[in-house]
Design a protein around this ligand. Structure first.
Ligand code: ADQ
Length: 470
């Protein structure tokens, strides 16, 4: 059986991880031959051209170092100040500096040069996320003939947003060098197909660019998931129970509304707190009887737009506190740190409402984890943004438009007032969907599809939509 080589920006580390990718893939790779390749997290003046192998918690990991300058241009620059905001349709938050693109390509070339000597001819390479769009091109330019797949963890942009990205045509050509491109949701495959169909030179008003040929690239939705049964077990583990007891003492019979996110402008945190403020304003029954806990560890905090989001969230939390807090009651708690999975599972289980309201999200694993951790006898209610990929799977959540804070406030009221029978009915459907879209099947279905035709497994599972974009 072919080895699997997973490539991502960062290799997984030890301890609690705030990124979805590491949580999702660690288990799958641990069960297969191959290794994980990526940046070590180290910045040096003169990186070695060769990768170093290390065993990290039983996982074979090959790592390279980067220069500070390249890393800045590639990671904080092109990846997270141009691609991330544009793919999340936040062109207003994109900063474009022309030279970042060179750094982005240089790092992808460096990845390819260090990876190539480690490859065997029948290795299957699985590249993850927007940092590494050019990697297949770079590997193929060096002579690699392997099957190479790409998975985009974030949403695919609309055509207009794509055109706002410098070098978008080259990036799309890079995607056409993959054998398989996986997306989170049908929505993303449709957006990709729209680009593929409308890029003919005639529609680009005389543009000299040649249209990209996607003839040998398959594009399909492979919605990622979690391991909901593992979360169910975690939620009754001693560490979870300890967290539940601790919170129960603090809550003193108030109903808990919970948000868990990386601190990122795509997660809609200020809008979420504003919706909660409207709930308290509209319905005085909930003052003193509910509590919002928002857990949001900082991420990418060297980027200005992330600091601004953090400031904005501080301000709105302060406003709600000032408006509603009493000497013996606080409407919310805002915690800026990461927790281990058992503690998170305890918080999920205790929460009457899981409030997952990103403005746009590839999938959103917190929604999956929240469902997994519920008590079947007394489950909570998931409020979910329509603009998360998860909304295509979890139709029995209360779906909201996160930009409409009145609607989210009303969804909160409905969730808090929902009777046990309806909570159980909704949760059972949600849990069935979370199990169907579990992370192990996600990896198997992607890898089955990527394997050469003669060695493909039992067929694809969970592929919702297959686009023909030749
Ligand atoms: P993220 O944007 O990081 O991932 P998400 O899918 O919600 O978003 O994954 C977050 C993960 O980090 C979850 O497993 C969660 O448990 C963990 N996490 C969040 N806050 C935490 C905290 N305070 N303490 C500890 N752990 C915390 C990107 C895309 C998503 C996509 C994933 C996976 O943006 O849309 O779902 O990749 O593909």
């Amino acid at each position: 059986m072919s080895r699997i080589i997973v490539v991502s920006n960062r290799t997984p580390g030890k301890g609690p991880a705030a990124g979805g990718l590491a949580v999702a893939l660690r288990k799958t790779l641990a069960e297969r031959e191959g290794f994980w390749f990526g940046w070590s997290g180290r910045l040096v003046d003169a990186p070695s051209p060769e990768a170093r192998f290390e065993d990290i918690d039983g996982l074979s990991v090959a790592q390279i170092d980067l220069t500070r300058e390249d890393h800045h241009a590639y990671y904080a620059g092109f990846s997270n100040s141009i691609l991330w905001p544009s793919f999340h349709l936040r062109l207003d938050l994109a900063t474009i500096e022309a030279h970042w693109y060179e750094g982005y390509r240089r790092v992808n070339t460096q990845f390819a040069r260090a990876l190539l000597p480690l490859l065997k001819p029948d290795d299957i390479i699985w590249v993850h996320d927007y940092h590494l769009i050019p990697l297949a091109s770079e590997l193929r330019n060096l002579g690699a003939r392997n099957r190479i797949g790409f998975y985009l963890h974030i949403p695919f942009p609309t055509v207009d947003a794509l055109y706002a990205i410098p070098h978008h045509q080259e990036l799309m050509r890079d995607l056409s060098r993959y054998d398989l491109v996986g997306m989170q949701a049908n929505r993303d495959v449709v957006a990709f197909t729209e680009f593929a169909e409308h890029q003919a030179p005639s529609t680009l008003a005389g543009s000299p660019l040649k249209s990209v040929d996607f003839g040998r690239t398959e594009v399909a939705a492979f919605p990622i998931g979690s391991d909901p049964d593992a979360f169910a077990r975690l939620a009754t583990s001693p560490a979870a129970i300890k967290m539940i007891r601790r919170m129960e003492r603090a809550l003193n019979d108030q109903q808990l509304i919970l948000g868990v996110d990386r601190l990122d402008y795509s997660k809609g945190l200020p809008q979420r707190v504003e919706a909660y403020e409207k709930l308290l304003l509209n319905d005085s029954r909930f003052r003193r009887t509910v509590h919002l806990l928002q857990v949001a560890p900082p991420s990418r905090d060297t980027i200005k737009e992330y600091q601004q989001t953090s400031d904005e969230l501080d301000a709105i939390c302060g406003r709600v506190m000032g408006r509603f807090a009493e000497p013996d009651w606080q409407p919310l708690t805002y915690v800026k740190r990461a927790y281990g999975q058992p503690s998170l599972a305890g918080l999920y289980r205790l929460a009457r409402v899981g409030l997952v309201t990103p403005l746009r999200d590839g999938m959103n694993l917190v929604a999956h984890e929240y469902i997994g951790a519920q008590d079947p006898a007394d489950p909570g209610v998931l409020i979910l943004s329509r603009f998360a990929g998860a909304a295509e799977i979890f139709e029995d959540a209360i779906l909201v438009n996160p930009f409409d804070t009145d609607e989210t406030a009303e969804a909160l009221r409905m969730a808090l007032d929902m009777d046990l029978e309806e909570r159980q009915r909704r949760w059972q459907t949600l849990m069935t969907a979370a199990r169907k879209h579990n992370v192990e099947d996600w990896a198997i279905s992607f890898l089955d599809r990527l394997a050469p035709a003669s060695t493909a497994g039992t067929g694809t599972r969970d592929i919702l939509y297959l686009a023909s974009v030749a």
